[in-house]
Ligand binder design. Sequence first.
Ligand SMILES: Nc1ncnc2c1ncn2[C@@H]1O[C@H](COP(=O)(O)OP(=O)(O)OP(=O)(O)O)[C@@H](O)[C@H]1O
Ligand SMILES: [Mg+2]
Length: 257
Amino acid sequence: MVNKIEVIDVHKSFNGKTILSGINMQVEKGTSKVIIGGSGSGKSVLLKCILGLLEPDSGKILIDGKDVTHLKEKDRYQLMHQFGMLFQNSALFDSMSIWQNIGFGLTQQGKSPSYVKSVAIEKLALVGLASDIAYLKPSELSGGMRKRAALARAICLEPEIIFYDEPTTGLDPITSDIINDLIIKLKNELGVTSVIITHDMHSAYKIADSMTMLYKGKMIATGTVKEIQNTDNPYVEQFIHGKAEGPITQEIQDHIQ
Ligand SMILES: Nc1ncnc2c1ncn2[C@@H]1O[C@H](COP(=O)(O)OP(=O)(O)OP(=O)(O)O)[C@@H](O)[C@H]1O
Ligand SMILES: [Mg+2]
């Protein structure tokens, strides 16, 4: 299999505090990689390093085998066109209508407003939202609707790679499953490569081809859903079952005391 994304020995610190400590990860073309790990374990930072929104202190990021770690602004901009991103907080522009938000990339390419609007409405339907939503502002939508609108924006330019930061957090179970099915559909029908951060194990097991757990700046486990479910690593076992007791809580308690 071809690796679409390769993370090689990436380190990242903020103000002397190590967040990523030698991360190695591969995502095969056309597959879905789910990243799990506790709050503050560096999942979003890793995603931002892959996206080029943060620069690693050392190590490399390869996309399609090409080193993209230290690109010039123009090349970075070009690369970003291959990426769709669903941010943790949806990150819609408050002053724009939903169709303007969804079609932002198309507008930047100089497409006409009527074309942008029609594509935006098409993408809204894909994420299960009615066309009249297109004319509302983000503040007029519920959290779940905003998330779906943000997903419609992420897929608007038909990217080859989509990054999802907690796509189902805060959504009701049915809407969550619509998002899960959409992630699977984008992979199966368009061959999209996906990287998904989630705390939602039901969602992780449904969408992942491969799962990786981050803990204290390192990847402590990588495998298929079955392999992760059958792990004998006590940290992974505790995390995926959401148990209060185990090595992870002990350390948090020690830290607080
Ligand atoms: N730009 C930044 N400057 C300084 N510190 C940062 C920055 N971004 C993240 N951090 C720190 O890096 C650590 C990891 O943050 P990150 O957002 O990656 O966590 P996470 O695993 O995504 O957690 P959550 O599950 O809560 O979203 C945190 O301690 C955070 O404060
Ligand atoms: Mg995060």
